[in-house]
Design a protein around this ligand. Structure first.
Ligand code: BDR
Ligand code: CA
Length: 312
C-alpha cells in the first residue's frame, strides 16, 4: 500500500522537483493533495506553479488547493531574489489549464485527516508552516491523527540563508513553526545542513537534461536558473535541491542520517528571529521533539531522483 501524503508547498524550483519526485513514485506514495502556501512568491503564484508542475508530470487530476496567503502574525517575506519573479523562472511555461480545487487548503488538510484512519497520513511541508499550523489551531483533534511530518526547514551548522541566523521557511512564519514543533507529532527535519549537500553539479544537471523528456529538460532548466544564486553566494558547485530531500527520505530513508533531538524556534529576538535552536550536542535536558537530519548519501540521492524523473 502506498503511503498517503499531503504536500504543502510554495513552488519554487526545488519544490517543483520534489513534487515531480513524488508524482513519479506512485507505488510508494499516494499524493492525496497539494496545498499551496505563500512563501517563495505570493500565493497566487505558488498555487499556479503547483498546477504547472502537475501538468508537466502528466497528472492534471492531482488535487491542488490554495491555502494561506500570509504568515500567522507577520507580513509575508518572499524570495524572488532566489527563484525569480514567477517563483519558477527558468523554462518558458504555459499557463496551466487544470482547475484549482475550490476548497481552502487548510480545510482540505483538516477534512482529510478526519476522514482517514488515525496515523495514516504523512504531511510534507516544503515551505513556511502557515497552512499546517493553521490547521492544527483550527482543528486540534487532527494533530494526533498525523502519522509523521517530514519537512524542509531550519539549519544548525549552516545557521541561516535568509538572515545570518535563520533559514527561509522557518523565518517567514516562526510562530507557525513553533506550533508545529511543539505539536507532539513525530517530525523529521531536512535542514540546510543536509540540503546544502544535495548539490546539482554540472554532471548531475547534464544527467537530468540527458533524460530528454519534457520533465528532464524542465528540471535541468530550472536548476540552471536556481543555481546562479547559491553559486554566487556560497561559491558552491550548483543549486541545492532542498525540498526533494523530503520526498527522497520517504522513498529511501537509509540515504539519510541524523539525530533525535530537541529543536526550538526563536520567535522573539529581532536578531535571531526564526532560528532553529537545535540541541545537536545534547547540552540541555529539553525533550527531543524532532529527528534532525545532518547528512545524506548524495550519489544515492541523485541516482534515485534521476531514475524517477526518467519515468515520466
Ligand atoms: C527553502 O526556502 C525556499 O527558498 C526553498 O524552496 C526551500 O524550501 C530553503 O531555505
Ligand atoms: Ca520550498
Amino acid at each position: 500500500m502506498p503511503r498517503k501524503i499531503i504536500i504543502d508547498t510554495d513552488p519554487g524550483q526545488d519544490d517543483a522537483v520534489a513534487i515531480l519526485l513524488a508524482l513519479a513514485s506512485p507505488q510508494e506514495l499516494d499524493v492525496l493533495g497539494i496545498t499551496a502556501v505563500a512563501g517563495n512568491v505570493p500565493l497566487a503564484l505558488t498555487e499556479k506553479n503547483a498546477r504547472i508542475i502537475c501538468e508537466l508530470a502528466g497528472k492534471p487530476n492531482t488535487k491542488v488547493f490554495a491555502g494561506c496567503d500570509a504568515p500567522l502574525k507577520r507580513p509575508l517575506v518572499t524570495a524572488e531574489h532566489v527563484h525569480g519573479k514567477t517563483g519558477l523562472d527558468g523554462p518558458d511555461w504555459d499557463d496551466p489549464t487544470m482547475a484549482l480545487q475550490p476548497q481552502h487548503g487548510v480545510d482540505f488538510i483538516i477534512e482529510t485527516l478526519r476522514a482517514e484512519p488515525a496515523k495514516s497520513i504523512t504531511l510534507c511541508p516544503l515551505g513556511p508552516l502557515t497552512n499546517i499550523a493553521t490547521a492544527f489551531e483550527k482543528a486540534p483533534d487532527i494533530i494526533e491523527k498525523v502519522e509523521e511530518i517530514v519537512l524542509m526547514g531550519g539549519a544548525y551548522f549552516e545557521v541561516g540563508n535568509i538572515t545570518p541566523a535563520a533559514e527561509f521557511n522557518i523565518y517567514v512564519d516562526p510562530e507557525a513553526a513553533e506550533i508545529v514543533f511543539k505539536s507532539g507529532v513525530p517530525i523529521v527535519v531536512m535542514p540546510l545542513d543536509v540540503t546544502h549537500k544535495a548539490l546539482v553539479t554540472k554532471p548531475r544537471n547534464d544527467a537530468f537534461r540527458a533524460i530528454g523528456s519534457d520533465v528532464g529538460i524542465a528540471v535541468a532548466e530550472m536548476t540552471d536558473f536556481f543555481e546562479r544564486f547559491d553559486k554566487a553566494k556560497y561559491g558552491s558547485s550548483g543549486a541545492p535541491l532542498h525540498d526533494p530531500t523530503v520526498i527522497a527520505y520517504l522513498l529511501r530513508p537509509a540515504l539519510f542520517s541524523g539525530r533525535h533531538i530537541n529543536v526550538e524556534i526563536e520567535t522573539k529576538s529581532d536578531l535571531t528571529l526564526g532560528m532553529t535552536v537545535a540541541d545537536w550536542w545534547g547540552v540541555t535536558d529539553r525533550a527531543a521533539n524532532a529527528t534532525f537530519i545532518g547528512d545524506l548519501d548524495s550519489e544515492g540521492f541523485f541516482e534515485l531522483l534521476t531514475s524517477r524523473l526518467a519515468r515520466f
